[in-house]
Design a protein around this ligand. Structure first.
Ligand code: ATP
Ligand code: MG
Length: 218
């Protein structure tokens, strides 16, 4: 079985996430894509972020109705900050030997992956599906520090562990959670940026807890 793992802050989940995940699922023939919200993005101010249960609840509403999409709250129950490397290790431990784990990352996230905790291990733990994201339609360059460990292949790159880094071009939807938070704080519409199943609750949260959406996540 091939399984996708899609990590993120999801503050909030939006149509850019959902459509990209759907296209990767189809392109790679994944049985399931598991969305894994981060409890507290390392180095970010907890007061400026909606609590994890709130982001999880919005995610639940967003994936409802897609039988191939699921959610793991694994990072929420773990003490300390969430690190993708720990999440992948934990999820891998629960799989059958023949199962294949694909870690989905947008090209912007991939470009910064060398700043992630113990990032070289990520390349050995899962195959990477790197999704295009505006403004870039082209594959991003891999981290320079991994140059000797990655070999070009017709489909992308191969890590010396044998795992793949595959670029998956998806429909370029220039939707970001940052822009959605800004719209919420300014009382502007978020319709057609998030699923309708999420919109009402999100607008209510924006009115009642504007501070959750007014901080910067970067
Ligand atoms: P923020 O603006 O707060 O950073 P975001 O929209 O980038 O939010 P994240 O939760 O940071 O959302 O992203 C989680 C993952 O989804 C990352 O790997 C990111 O690259 C990817 N992603 C987010 N939006 C898109 C999009 N529109 N197209 C493709 N990938 C996306
Ligand atoms: Mg982001």
């Amino acid at each position: 079985m091939e399984l996708g793992i899609f990590g993120g802050t999801f503050h909030p989940v939006h149509l850019g996430h959902l459509r990209a995940a759907e296209e990767v699922r189809e392109a790679l023939g994944l049985a399931r894509v598991l969305f894994v919200p981060a409890k507290l993005p390392p180095h970010k101010d907890a007061r400026a972020v909606a609590p994890p249960e709130v982001r999880l609840d919005l995610l639940r509403r967003a994936v409802e109705g897609n039988p191939a999409f699921g959610i793991s709250d694994l990072e929420l129950g773990r003490p300390g900050p969430s690190y993708s490397v720990d999440t992948l290790r934990e999820l891998r431990a629960g799989l059958a030997p023949g199962d294949r784990l694909w870690f989905l990352v947008g090209s912007d996230a991939f470009r910064e992956i060398h700043t992630w905790y113990r990032y070289p291990e990520i390349f050995a733990l899962a195959d990477l599906a790197v999704m295009s994201r505006p403004p870039d339609a082209a594959p991003p360059a891999p981290p320079a520090a991994l140059e000797g460990e990655l070999t070009p292949t017709p489909g992308g790159l191969r890590h010396r562990s044998g795992r793949e880094v595959r670029f998956v071009p998806v429909t370029l939807l220039d939707v970001s959670a940052t822009a959605i938070r800004r719209a919420l704080v300014q009382g502007r519409s978020v319709r057609y940026l998030v699923p309708e199943a999420v919109r009402g609750e999100l607008e209510r949260l924006g009115r009642e807890h504007p501070h959750w959406f007014s901080g910067s996540l970067t």
